[in-house]
Design a protein around this ligand. Structure first.
Ligand code: SF4
Ligand code: SF4
Ligand code: FES
Length: 508
């Protein structure tokens, strides 16, 4: 058991493990010590001086990020002396900061604005000409630097040195002439490069492809999970007018810390096809949903295959497995899963699949221990014509089209009208960004994903289409009326949606 240390912070007693620093100790009491350069997953730089606190018996204020707890320590985070130091530090940091807030993408979620409001709120006394630095400098394909806004916290440099170990960034010059720079002959182009924008506490680093697209206060921000692979990184997605306008990492020490891969972050929009399936189709002609479901409900025989998208919800895999139990002959099932080679930097975070929820499929016996081989086998059999009835649940149930022709008895639950597979019956389904529910990541962590975007009318979530088909066959699988009802029906009493949200998922 780790040794614990007793101390008081602002008069409140607490015990924390030996080695904890004062910022983390204060967090346990719900006390935020303001900080810029400190990050729990990077080395301590101790250069911004924003985190100063008073420790009884110490001759002067000390920085909380680089001070570890000691037995009997008495810490004050809100004395007049501390408040004066916070205010003076902010005034100093802001001396050369441009009056850019009106055009800065970070406005509304910037730690300079927030702290100025909370800890300083005084007009500047600086009358001299401000130091000018390079603005709008591309650091690589994804990130833009505004040198004047940088407060030299070095989080971006430390991330590239310590996490990706690619060391693209450095600092040039001294004092108020210091500037972040790309090392000679380099580009900031590692697979996690966009993470430096999340780490930057101010507006110095911005995403090149999302600059100036929306003021943050015009967006709806939703806590969700990236459906890009089975790592299940926690994200905060800003949405405006049914468009994803920015994706940020959400801190989860058990999953992704505060990192995201660029493919996941900048590829979010791929889950929302531009041309939607908005009506059921039978042999390419618009039909009523009832007619399409009735026809589909008869398409099961002893040579049926069900290809499942790895984007489906845990709840949907649960319902599909229940449905299969009602069929006279168990069909072949597999989940679309393709292994790929990862670079050393990708291995820090990314999983070698594009199959975010394949573990849920395995959990309900719909995919084997080796989903990749099983999927390859399924596609080979399909090409040989071994199946007389084929179901594709979700756009990504089958990805390749070459050499594949579906039998007449085939059904696709699709969102993308451009899907080239052309099954006999197409049912209008929903994108994973339009549903809420559960994902099980590669480490069996059950996480809640929240709906990001309103779904178009006439579309149905896959689980409801399955339920309706089961009803046509005389079996009802669920009474759920909404995604949330369905989620509640699969959670056990110890796990609630609230627990999943508050704890960043739980291991099952
Ligand atoms: S660019 Fe941002 S993260 Fe990098 S040193 Fe400047 S303020 Fe810090
Ligand atoms: S590692 Fe996977 S889950 Fe994380 S951001 Fe990338 S694609 Fe998304
Ligand atoms: S957070 Fe402690 S000095 Fe920057």
């Amino acid at each position: 058991m780790s040794e614990t240390v007793n101390l008081t912070i602002d008069g409140k007693a607490l015990s924390v493990p030996k080695g904890t620093n004062l910022i983390e100790a204060a967090k346990k009491l719900g006390i935020l010590i303001p900080h810029y350069c400190y990050h729990p997953d990077l080395s301590i730089a101790g250069n911004c001086r924003m985190c100063q606190v008073a420790v009884k018996g110490a001759p002067k204020l000390t920085i909380a990020c680089n001070t570890q707890v000691t037995e009997g320590m008495e810490v004050a985070t809100n004395s007049k002396e501390v408040k004066d130091a916070q205010s003076a530090t902010l005034e100093f940091i802001l001396i050369n900061h441009p009056l850019d807030c009106t055009v800065c993408d970070q406005a509304g979620h910037c730690k300079l604005q927030d702290y100025h409001f909370e800890y300083n709120a005084k007009p500047s006394r600086f009358l001299e000409e401000k130091e000018h630095k390079p603005k709008a400098v591309p650091l690589g394909p994804t990130v833009m630097l505004d040198g004047e806004r940088c407060i030299m916290c070095t989080r971006c440099i430390r991330f590239c040195d310590e996490v990706t170990k690619t060391s693209e960034l450095g600092m040039l010059n001294r004092g108020d002439r210091s500037v972040i720079s790309i090392n000679p002959g380099r580009e900031l182009d590692n697979p996690l490069s966009g993470s430096v924008v999340d780490l930057c506490p101010v507006g110095a680093l911005t995403h090149r492809n999302w600059r100036f697209n929306s003021r943050i206060w015009f967006t709806k921000q939703v806590d969700s999970v990236c459906p890009g692979c089975s790592t299940g990184c926690n994200v905060k997605v800003a949405v405006r007018d049914k468009q994803v306008v920015q994706v940020k990492a959400r801190y989860n020490s058990n999953v992704n810390k505060e990192w995201l891969c660029d493919e996941g972050r900048y590829g979010f929009h791929r889950f929302l096809p531009e041309t939607r399936v908005l009506e059921p189709l039978i042999n390419g002609k618009v039909a009523s949903l009832d007619e399409a479901l009735t026809k589909a409900s008869k398409m099961f025989d002893d040579k049926t295959a069900i290809f499942l998208s790895p984007d489906l919800l845990f709840e949907e895999f649960s319902l599909i497995s229940k449905f299969i139990e009602t069929l006279p002959v168990k069909p072949f099932t597999c989940v679309q899963y393709k292994k790929r080679e990862l670079s050393e930097v990708e291995k820090i975070l990314v999983s070698p699949d594009y199959a975010a929820n394949f573990k849920s499929a395995q959990n309900f016996g719909l995919a084997s221990e080796d989903p990749s081989t099983q999927y390859i086998e399924g596609i080979a059999k399909l090409k040989e014509g071994s199946f007389s009835s084929v179901w594709i649940i979700g756009d990504r149930g089958i990805e390749e089209v070459e050499g594949i022709s579906l039998p007449v008895n085939s059904v696709g639950f699709f969102t993308n009208a451009e899907n080239n597979l052309k099954p006999g019956i197409v049912l209008p389904a929903r994108s994973i960004l339009e549903k809420s529910g559960l994902y099980l990541n590669k480490d069996l962590r059950l996480q809640f994903i929240d709906r990001l975007i309103d779904f178009p009318s006439n579309t149905e979530p896959e689980w409801r289409l399955i339920n309706k088909i089961a009803e046509k066959r005389g079996k009802k699988l669920t009474d759920a009326q909404s995604d949330r009802d369905l989620t509640l029906s699969v959670l056990n009493p110890e796990i609630s949606i609230f627990t999943l949200k508050e704890q960043g998922g739980v291991r099952i």
